[in-house]
Write a protein that binds this ligand. Structure first.
Ligand code: GFB
Length: 320
């Protein structure tokens, strides 16, 4: 178990996952957290990362820093997605090893699995087929991060592990309609349509793709759980264990927001991978289960958006 005084570095503490990990750790009495904004520490810069680790010498590292985005952002900025993620992972993982970090958890993504792999996705399907083209650049970078953890574990005995969370949502999400994932996009679109009495809301694609959604607070709990209970070289999926079509998700968000107009599907926009549901047998066998149901989670995410959209719009990423 992590000692409550252990020095814990959360890389990416302003992101959706990093912020949730910090909230969870603070709520559970961990009192020696280290964070740095990207302005204070550019994780793409090897020298800066090495100097930071040599000075701070954390005991534990949660590597939640990443260049992330939804289907359109991934498809539009492939160079940034591959370059920035490769640099951040390589620098942090190597510096963690060089500076005696006791344990590191790397956050991947379920888009590392082949586009047409059998569902639910088991951990062993990694590298068994071609990737989904809209996000293969990000996926290749995340696979490199997994392989780095495995390589440092194999060659140096480093306790570097990797978790693969499914599509996440919750407080602190990015609401930029061009760059965000589907959940925050739908929350914002239905909310703004309700406020403007607009007759319809546009949802990208056919509405038929299936996705799995996990509230980020469940993900944070899983990350700390794995840090304390798992040492294997194999990756571990983190998910709900159930999925929903984008059309049905749109209906749930519409209901949560209280919008009464039409939903229109824009089929000129990509669907992406047809289905992405992870098998959570491995983490379940270790003793972890999701606790936040989808409707409860959507209500929570929408409440966070409402609380901030008027009172503190600068806290809502991508709102401009
Ligand atoms: O969440 P999303 O952008 O990412 O899209 P992916 C999921 C599905 O929702 C796609 C549809 O079928 C979209 O076409 N969708 C409908 C929308 N309306 C919207 C909208 O307004 N905005 C967005 N963004 N989607 C990402 C990967 O894939 O998943 C990343 O690109 C990462 O690499 C992430 O792995 C978890 O699930 O398709």
């Amino acid at each position: 178990m992590m000692n409550q005084n252990a020095k814990i570095y959360v890389a990416g503490h302003r992101g959706l996952v990093g912020a949730a990990i910090v909230r969870y750790l603070k709520a559970h009495g961990f009192n020696n957290l280290v964070v740095a904004t990207s302005r204070e520490l550019d994780l793409r810069e090897q020298g800066a990362v090495r100097a930071f680790f040599a000075e701070q010498r954390p005991d534990y590292v949660f590597l939640a820093a990443a260049k992330v985005g939804g289907i359109l952002a991934n498809d539009s900025y492939p160079a940034e997605f591959i370059y920035e993620n490769l640099m951040m992972e390589a620098n942090v993982i190597d510096a963690a090893y060089r500076n005696g970090v006791q344990k590191l958890l790397f956050l991947g993504s379920t888009c590392i699995y082949p586009k047409l792999a059998p569902q639910p996705l088991k951990e062993e399907y990694l590298l068994s087929g071609p990737l989904e083209p809209t996000n293969e650049w990000y996926a290749v970078a995340k696979i490199a991060g997994i392989k780095m953890c495995q390589a440092y574990q194999r060659q140096y005995g480093a306790r570097f592990i990797s978790a693969m969370p499914t599509n996440l949502y919750g407080p602190g999400d990015n609401f930029d309609l061009e760059k965000s994932h589907v959940m925050p996009a739908l929350i914002r679109k239905f909310h703004e349509a309700k406020m403007a009495n607009a007759p319809s809301v546009i949802v990208w694609g056919t509405g038929k793709p299936l996705r799995e959604f996990l509230h980020v607070d469940d993900c944070a709990r899983a990350c700390v759980f794995l840090m304390e209970n798992y040492d294997g070289a194999d990756i571990v999926n983190v998910g709900m264990g159930s999925d929903i079509t984008i059309g049905d998700l749109a209906s749930l968000v519409k209901k949560a927001v209280g919008y009464t107009g039409e939903t229109v599907f824009d089929t000129t926009k990509p669907d992406g991978t047809p289905r992405k549901l992870v098998d959570i047998g491995r983490i379940s066998a270790l003793g972890w289960r999701p606790e936040i149901g989808l409707e409860q989670g959507i209500a929570n995410a929408y409440q966070w958006f409402l609380d901030n959209v008027n009172a503190a719009p600068d806290q809502v990423r991508g709102l401009a």
